[in-house]
Design a protein around this ligand. Structure first.
Ligand code: FAD
Ligand code: SF4
Length: 479
């Protein structure tokens, strides 16, 4: 096919549930490509010799390579290429911010003058991974069990947390022949992939199949185990005989607005709101006892993925009206473009260039409204985004009964605060060597959000992989 012929192929739209129906159910919104659609979309790739898309992928997947295979209908071959560098393609294909990564640099999108017309790399990646999982009957299946495992080394590794950084580090360490035990504070493994990102965006069966794959590899998983409380980190090395430790405890500490009324009944952090709904299955009232707040008029504060998830979850939990309040304009929103689009389609009302000033309560201390004010954009700030400036006298009252605060998360402080000698920076993130991911304590490694601050799944995965290599080098190369 000539480049001209490839450019003439229409971009394949993702089949989706109808917005008004899906806003009231928890099933996945994006239904996935058919084999024919995946093949057609992959055929749009121009096979650019300079491979600009690869530069946008944090783990440098050989994108043109896997697209070439997919365009021939060889999806197994495509997946094999993806798995050379990515451990969680079914997850990343769904949740990576492709428009800011690989697809941002795609020549096709640039040539057509529309980033939405770039080759849909993530959707094809997802298709390849889903097809393989379906073929395996949803059984444990991931890169982990498809790569040969080395002979036992006799070394023991403790992995703290079970999010994408820890899953990747555990899989790579187990494949290297180490005896790996994972310690997770919650009663279910998966980190944000199970407690934060909702079922309608990332089905939990996918995450579970990755956890099952870890178990197949021999990784032992201890749940309900809070390192720093159940046992101190240093005891793993000094008393329990572990040779190295990886900390992947994430950024689970919610930030608040620090405004009047934030302690009223009916105000939640997005973490709590989403954890109750996802991990504790509050949406399934018949099958689960988890209490939750039946908000009918919900205000969600923030403009990132967490805010989009919380606002869309509020609809699914029965809200009649959901406002998303963000103090900058939509152009500055850090959320994935697709999530913004989906939230709007489902009926979330966006109040941009506005922010909460005060939560109003009744005599019983229960939320009855939100005082907001309006903003305009000034000069760019340190983040490069234009900074919001409050407009004096622009206050107004919004009639709501629930507030969900989704203005960011900080690193989890428990382990740093209970581990002597563990260096952290001024934001509370663990400081690591940028090549090995080793912390200030020899034999203790860290990666993911606890190092980067709240970031992305793919970056966490990359960190876990680098740390596993750091652990191997530490165990076998040290004098
Ligand atoms: P986490 O996934 O946070 O996992 C850390 C784990 O460690 C948790 O299970 C926690 O319980 C456990 N833990 C913490 N302390 C201890 C302890 N003391 N002892 C034992 N266990 C402990 N990224 C994207 O790329 N795309 C998205 O669309 C996206 N959407 C998001 C939506 C939400 C609601 C949230 C919250 C985040 C989202 N992210 C998204 C960010 C992404 O999920 C994170 O960057 C990623 O999960 C970080 O991985 P991690 O392994 O470092 O930590
Ligand atoms: Fe294909 Fe786009 Fe990558 Fe070029 S930039 S190789 S067209 S995916």
């Amino acid at each position: 096919m000539t480049p001209k012929e490839r450019m003439a192929i229409a971009p394949q739209a993702m089949p989706e549930q109808d917005p008004l129906i899906r806003a009231r159910n928890m099933n996945e919104v994006a239904l996935g490509y058919t084999a024919e659609m995946a093949k057609t979309e992959a055929s749009r790739c121009l096979q650019c010799p300079t491979k600009p898309c690869m530069k946008g992928c944090p783990v440098a997947i050989n994108i043109p390579g896997f697209l070439a295979k997919a365009s021939e209908g060889d999806f197994e071959g495509a997946l094999k290429i993806i798995r050379e560098t990515s451990l969680l393609p079914a997850v990343c294909g769904r949740v990576c911010p492709q428009e800011k990564q690989c697809q941002k640099f795609c020549t096709m999108g640039k040539a057509l003058g529309d980033i939405d017309k770039a080759v849909a790399i993530g959707r094809i990646e997802r298709f390849c991974a889903d097809l393989a999982r379906e073929k395996a009957n949803n059984n444990a299946l991931s890169a982990a069990i498809h790569t040969p495992k080395a002979a036992p080394t006799g070394k023991r590794i403790a992995i703290i947390g079970s999010g994408p950084a820890s899953i990747t580090c555990a899989a790579d360490c187990a494949r290297a022949g180490h005896d790996v035990t994972m310690f997770e504070a919650f009663h279910k493994a998966g980190g944000v992939l199970v407690y934060g990102i909702p079922e309608f965006r990332l089905p939990k069966a996918i995450v579970q199949s990755e956890i099952d794959a870890l178990k197949e590899l021999g990784v032992k998983i201890e749940l309900n185990y809070v390192v720093g409380r159940t046992r101190k980190l240093k005891d793993f090395i000094e008393k329990d005989g572990f040779d190295a430790v990886f900390i992947g405890s994430g950024a689970g500490l919610p930030k608040f607005m620090n405004i009047e009324g934030e302690n009223l009944v009916g105000v939640f952090s997005a973490n709590e709101y989403l954890t109750r709904a996802n991990l504790m299955k509050a949406y399934d009232e018949k099958g689960h006892d988890t209490p939750y707040w039946h908000g009918k008029k919900v205000a969600v504060l923030g403009g990132g993925n967490v805010a989009m998830d919380a606002s869309r979850m509020a609809l699914r939990l029965g809200a009649d009206k959901v406002y998303l309040i963000y103090r900058r304009s939509e152009a500055e929103m850090p959320a994935r473009k697709e999530e913004v689009h989906h939230a709007k389609e489902e009926g979330v009302e966006f109040l941009t260039l506005q922010n909460a000033k005060r939560v109003l309560g009744n005599d019983d201390g229960v939320v009855i409204g939100l005082e907001c004010h309006k903003f305009e954009l000034g000069e760019p700030d340190a983040s490069g985004r234009r900074s919001p400036i409050a407009i004096e006298g622009s206050e107004f009252i919004l009639d709501i009964d629930t507030v969900v605060v989704a203005v960011g998360n900080a690193s989890n402080p428990l382990i740093p605060s209970t581990t002597e000698g563990l260096e952290i920076d001024k934001r509370g993130n663990i400081v690591v060597n940028s090549e090995t991911n080793m912390t200030s304590i020899p034999g203790v490694f860290a990666g993911g959000d606890i190092v980067l601050g709240a970031a992305t799944v793919i970056l966490a995965m990359g960190e876990g992989r680098r740390a596993a290599k750091g652990i191997n080098d530490y165990l076998f190369k040290r004098p």
